[in-house]
Ligand binder design. Structure first.
Ligand code: CP
Ligand code: NVA
Length: 306
């Protein structure tokens, strides 16, 4: 049976309806648990990870298993990638064995090169530019609290506090498609991608103080100040992000029913306080669980026959 090659490299690889359908299907998978259909029967996905991972790796491996398929984890340490085999050759060879590739790497261009050369679906498991699978889980978590319809309304206010990084960029893509309001508080010099911001046409904006972003917000979202690959900048970033901690005083500015999201891993006492992470507004562990459900929906849709 024929299968069209569909990649998921960024949120905007989907259209608005496709994104909403995926979130809705993920909610169904959450109810089905391990009892659902097995659309990956006989299939194997490969995970090529050049950066560390707990959630993404484990949730994709478990997702493949629960869908009736298998998963192979490949790190550069153990494969010829680490010894310099060209990524183009690796992509073409892996496509002969596997049914999909899930890739975590540094430069986004490396991911697009792999997608170009692999004849099977390729999924972005995080690059320096974006982290779309995480934002799928964030959208499911948000819809669980405020309803799926809210995602499409400017009345839903999402605050981003901190670095305009890969996560912020994927949230901007979701904003461009769905229509909620996104206010990003970033220190000067740490803005998200300007072209993505421009695509949100009045629905997203950058401000310079966390209070401005969080006041009246339904969702308060943050991430580490130094992402993977930026460890050498930790000291400078700690100085530049002073005052950008999501603590109880800041969350008190949000709506009383606001939720707090963090993709994890978190640095307690830096970008988020322990009290907020462990507090009643925190949805971070539901958010982490939702990685599994959205990725089951994603794999199912990418590997469906025409
Ligand atoms: N949130 C997330 O992607 O976590 P991992 O780095 O553990 O995969
Ligand atoms: N921005 C973080 C996300 C980790 C899941 C990073 O890239 O390290």
């Amino acid at each position: 049976m024929a299968r069209t090659k569909r990649d998921f490299l960024r949120i905007t690889d989907l259209d608005r309806d496709g994104l909403l359908e995926l979130v809705e299907r993920a909610a169904e998978w959450k109810l089905l648990g391990r009892t659902g259909p097995r659309p990956l029967d006989g299939m194997t996905i490969g995970l090529v990870f050049e950066k560390a991972s707990t959630r993404t790796r484990v949730s994709f491996e478990v997702a493949a298993g629960q869908l009736g398929g298998g998963a192979v984890f490949l790190s550069p340490r153990d494969t010829q990638l680490g010894r310099g085999e060209p990524i183009q050759d690796t992509a073409r060879v892996l496509a002969r064995y596997l049914d999909a590739l899930v890739v975590r790497t540094f430069e986004h261009e490396k991911l697009t090169t792999i997608a170009h050369h692999a004849s099977i679906p390729v999924v972005n498991a995080l690059t320096d530019a974006s982290h779309p699978c995480q934002v799928l889980a964030d959208l499911l978590t948000t819809s669980e609290r405020f309803g799926a319809e809210a995602l499409q309304k400017p009345g839903l206010r999402v605050a981003w506090v901190g670095d305009g990084n890969n996560m912020a960029n994927s949230w901007l893509e979701a904003c461009a498609l769905l229509g909620f309001e996104l206010v990003l508080a970033c220190p000067s010099g740490y803005d998200p991608d300007a072209a993505l911001l421009a695509r949100c046409a009045g629905r997203a904006r950058v401000v310079r103080t966390p209070v401005e972003a969080v006041t009246g917000a339904h969702v308060v979202n943050t991430d580490v100040w130094a992402s993977m690959g930026q460890e050498a900048e930790q000291g400078r970033r700690e100085r530049d992000f002073a005052g950008f901690i999501v603590d109880e005083a800041l969350v008190a500015r949000a709506r009383p029913d606001a939720i707090v999201l963090h993709c994890l891993p978190a640095h307690r006492g830096e970008e988020i306080s322990d009290a907020v992470l462990e507090g009643p507004r925190s949805a971070v562990f539901d958010q982490a669980e939702n990685r599994l459900h959205v990725q089951k929906a994603l794999l199912e849709s990418l590997l469906a026959c025409d």
